[in-house]
Design a protein. Sequence first.
Length: 196
Amino acid sequence: MKIKTAELTISAARVDQFPSNPAPEIALSGRSNVGKSSFINTLLARKGLARTSQRPGKTQTLNYYWLNERFHFVDVPGYGYAKVSKSERESWGKVMETYFQSREQLKAVVQLIDARHKPSEDDMMMYDWLKYHELPVIVVATKVDKVPKNKWGSHTKRIKEDLQMEESDPLILFSSETAQGKDKAWSAIQSALFEK
């Protein structure tokens, strides 16, 4: 997909700030340091649109990117963040739960997992939670350029087994350094956005 226009339209900290626009949405979820901003920037071919933070877990809002004046990417706060208070975590948790459970515009969730390591407890819990709420998930294994090519198969197998992935959910190996998997990611996202 060619992205002609891309802009950050709102950073929503509360449910009443979600856009009323009925256009379809794809949410992006993952641990705080998994490379979500780099994934967004690579997909959109924009260098600094999504800010990469030096302090993982800093994103405390749902960041809405309006793309080609047709659909939204929604960057949700990273999970696994330790350096925030319990009350802060709980308040974001409520906003995110409301988003995932009741947002009719949401067509699929891209869940990013670090390809170098086995999925964390948080990764597994998030995938289970999304499936419990019957959301289509596109699993993207990031930083695959840091994994030797001859180990890609075993790392893919481990992610599928640990998450107990459903057959219908794609798993895409991705690198923001080499753009490996960019076309496959777009293909899965387009299917979710426009073919249902």
